[in-house]
Design a protein around this ligand. Structure first.
Ligand SMILES: O=C(O)c1ccccc1N[C@@H]1O[C@H](COP(=O)(O)O)[C@@H](O)[C@H]1O
Length: 211
């Protein structure tokens, strides 16, 4: 199980999370988010070990701006939370790993994902809200049984210390990773290291038990 921690913007907090060795760290490049990285110095991200995938999170941004920020922050991956179409994703996939996020609700139609086959690396299933992400709300995970493609996915949307044990009960063959964000915070963009450590322990313990 891969672990992504998202929405980081404070250098000391970022250092503490590096020590937990997540697989991905996410940086919000969306101006209206309370987790927007704003003028986070590039050298803070340069200190991330290579094993951690530096991920820029975007919402309906232009290819030009995303490309600029990939270059500036040396992102390994992008997570796209808006209405980015398959061709847009494909253009980015030539340069970085692409996680395409979809907001899921009870009526979510998994057929709409078909055109993205081969054009993204992973799907990320989040809860559908007008905010595009970072809502802290969960969706009904039973609906994931309807997902039949062979592309792996991350689960996100309101994952928290209170539901991580339930997350571990999800047995979908394409369930690849979790994205931990707002429900692990002391303030927007600042993660609670103790809460994260406990979740990492549970997630890693379960991965060991599966071997
Ligand atoms: O965190 C944000 O502020 C954010 C804003 C816009 C797009 C995505 C954002 N974060 C991503 O949202 C999901 C769900 O987060 P949460 O657990 O519900 O807080 C997660 O994948 C973040 O990467």
């Amino acid at each position: 199980m891969k672990i992504k921690v998202c929405g980081l913007k404070q250098p000391d907090n970022i250092e503490a999370i590096i020590a937990l060795q997540p697989d991905y760290m996410g940086f919000i490049c969306y101006g209206i988010s309370p987790r927007f990285i704003a003028d986070l110095p590039v050298d803070v991200l340069d200190r991330l070990p290579q094993a951690i995938q530096k991920t820029g999170v975007f919402v309906n941004d232009s290819l030009e701006n995303i490309s600029l920020l990939i270059k500036e922050y040396n992102f390994d991956a992008v997570q796209l939370h808006g209405y980015e179409n398959p061709e847009f994703c494909e253009a980015l996939k030539k340069r970085v790993t692409v996680l395409k996020a979809f907001g899921v609700d009870e009526g979510f139609d998994f057929e709409q994902l078909n055109p993205y086959a081969g054009k993204v690396d992973y799907f990320l299933f989040d809860t559908k809200t007008p905010k595009h992400g970072g809502s802290g709300l969960t969706f009904n995970w039973d609906i994931l049984d309807k997902y039949k493609m062979d592309l792996p996915f991350f689960l996100s949307g309101g994952l928290s210390p209170d539901n991580i044990e339930q997350v571990l009960q999800i047995k979908h063959p394409q369930f690849y990773g979790v994205d931990l964000n707002s429900r692990f915070e002391t303030a927007p963009g600042v993660k609670d290291i103790e809460k994260l450590s406990k979740a990492f322990e549970l997630l890693r313990q379960s991965a060991t038990n599966e071997i």
